[in-house]
Design a protein around this ligand. Structure first.
Ligand SMILES: *Cc1c(COP(=O)(O)O)cnc(C)c1O
Length: 495
């Protein structure tokens, strides 16, 4: 299977697409064609466990990776999840389900891909004949950095270094990163905000001098961010798995449609659902849920993408985003794979902050998706009401999806398809907000909030969070923004 750039420039193998991350023309890699999964193959997947299903889906795209290797890597990655099933589907009510994607090492759905990415990346480099050690640099506003380090810790042939804004992450997130284990990780707090962190890391990525110097020391740079196809591919698998679980438990017949509601930020998660649909999975409507930053809601309702608007910090921070980079992959499909049109729109977005779809593209998009957004008060109310009715605690991101799904169902009585809410984080990851929503108690300390939430909901506390309190701090470096490359050199020179 070959991969092409959304901006027309390149044609590479899957291994190259993953090793490289982004195309040289600035576009994103997409499969040349969507591999198909027949109903017979779906039937065969019914009897598989999650890791086997994931390997089967991945091998459709990454056919130069050997299948046994993929199976083994998936088994190892998903064995790290608590509870035996990496992506359990929980029945809430008739026709309403939660797909829980938060049982991994950092209690958020990014673990679904980041536990597997080290294998996909190292193997991809090996397949491309890259002999150097891989150095991953991540600028993070909190969640991605931790999930990436958990995924990459102690991985052979890879080192990972994370930069975060010293005053820009929550106490819990800081503690999660400062206590990170692994012999190949480093963490640096930067005396600045996230945007500055990100620009400083980008500057290293685009500097030929830095790249040369690192190469002479035996390293090549790579990134673990969500536009890498190696992040997208593992996410396609859980849509298949949820569907198969519905069939095997007798909730639906094979072939009947299922709707999914997805809390959306960078558009990676919901895009994976779209890819599953294009592969032949009977996906009905995709509900694209945003928080107060509702740029995607406006886009899907009107066809106009306009980032010239205020940015809000919300209690669902992983969805606080104005430029959803993975949307480019869907644009490419809506434009009938016209790379020139994609390039034109991305230029327009960069220069003017706005672009719009043609009428027939908008019509196609609205066939596929329905969008809504959930404000801060609605987030709190949704968590409260849902807990009252079902005794099921939801995190703040998942609540946005539930809210949007509720509105969709109320306005589309004729659509009788079951609704799966994609649950992206454990409520214990945002314990103060969830505790406040459920009980009205405003608790300042994270660990106290976890304890009280546990008493209020009787939901089990994930071991990785409860253990955090007793872990020793390993990383205390704080650096100025112009000293990041010096920190990189210190890290790679340390033997
Ligand atoms: C990253 C994240 C999202 C957004 O996912 P995208 O793939 O960026 O759309 C939603 N919820 C949580 C908890 C996340 O960490």
């Amino acid at each position: 299977m070959k991969f092409i750039s959304t901006r027309g420039g390149e044609c590479v193998t899957g291994a190259q697409a993953i090793a490289q991350g982004i195309a040289k023309d600035g576009g994103l890699f997409v499969p040349e064609v969507f591999p198909q999964v027949s109903e017979q193959e779906l039937e065969e997947m019914l009897g598989m466990n999650y890791a086997e299903r994931a390997a089967a889906v991945l091998h459709k795209y990454l056919d130069e990776y050997d299948y046994d290797g993929l199976k083994e890597a998936c088994a190892k990655a998903y064995a790290q999840f608590e509870g035996g099933d990496a992506a359990p589907l929980v029945k809430i009510d008739a026709g309403l389900y939660m797909l829980e994607l938060f049982h991994g090492p950092t209690c958020a759905f990014k673990d679904m891909a980041l536990t597997l990415l080290p294998y996909l990346l190292r193997k991809g480099c090996d397949l491309c004949g890259i002999k150097e050690e891989v150095l991953i640099l991540v600028a993070t506003s909190g969640d991605t950095g931790k999930a990436a380090m958990e995924g990459f810790k102690n991985a052979d042939g890879i080192k990972i270094m994370v930069f975060y804004p010293n005053d820009g992450v929550s106490k819990m997130q800081k503690l999660q990163m400062a206590t990170q284990e692994g012999n190949n990780v480093d963490v640096v707090a930067v005396r600045s905000n996230f945007d500055v962190c990100q620009s400083a890391v980008k500057a290293i990525f685009t500097s030929e001098a830095c790249k040369e110097e690192l190469k002479s020391k035996g390293f090549i740079l790579s990134s673990a961010n969500s536009i890498n196809f190696g992040r997208l591919a593992p996410q396609i698998a859980y849509y298949f798995s949820a569907y198969l679980d519905l069939v095997s438990s007798g909730q639906i017949d094979m072939g009947s449609p299922v709707n999914f509601a997805v809390p959306t930020g960078n558009f990676g998660n919901i895009l994976a659902a779209y890819y599953a649909k294009r592969m032949g999975l009977p996906v009905g409507k995709l509900i694209c849920a945003s928080n107060k930053n509702n740029i995607l809601t406006d886009f899907i309702r009107t066809g106009v993408y306009d980032k010239r608007r205020e940015f809000y910090k919300t209690m669902s921070p992983s969805m606080d985003i104005l430029i959803s980079s993975n949307l480019e992959r869907l644009l490419f499909e809506l434009a009938d794979r016209n790379a020139v049109r994609v390039q034109m729109r991305m230029d327009k977005l960069a220069k003017e902050g706005i672009y719009n779809l043609y009428d027939e593209e908008l019509e196609q998009l609205q066939q596929l998706m329905w969008a809504d957004f959930c404000g801060e008060d609605e987030t709190v109310e949704t968590i409260y009401e849902f807990f009252e009715e079902y005794q099921y605690p939801m995190d703040t991101h998942t609540a946005c999806a539930m809210y949007a799904a509720g509105n969709y169902i109320a306005q589309h009585e004729k659509d009788g398809a079951p609704m799966v809410i994609v649950s992206t984080a454990s409520p214990y990851k945002f314990p103060q907000d969830v505790m406040y929503a459920i009980t009205g108690n405003d608790i300042k300390d994270s660990f106290k909030a976890i304890k009280h939430l546990n008493i209020a909901t009787a939901m089990k506390v994930p071991a990785s969070l409860s253990k955090l309190r007793d872990k020793s701090v390993r990383f205390t470096t704080v650096a100025d923004k112009d000293k990041l490359y010096a920190e990189v050199l210190k890290f790679v020179d340390k033997k």
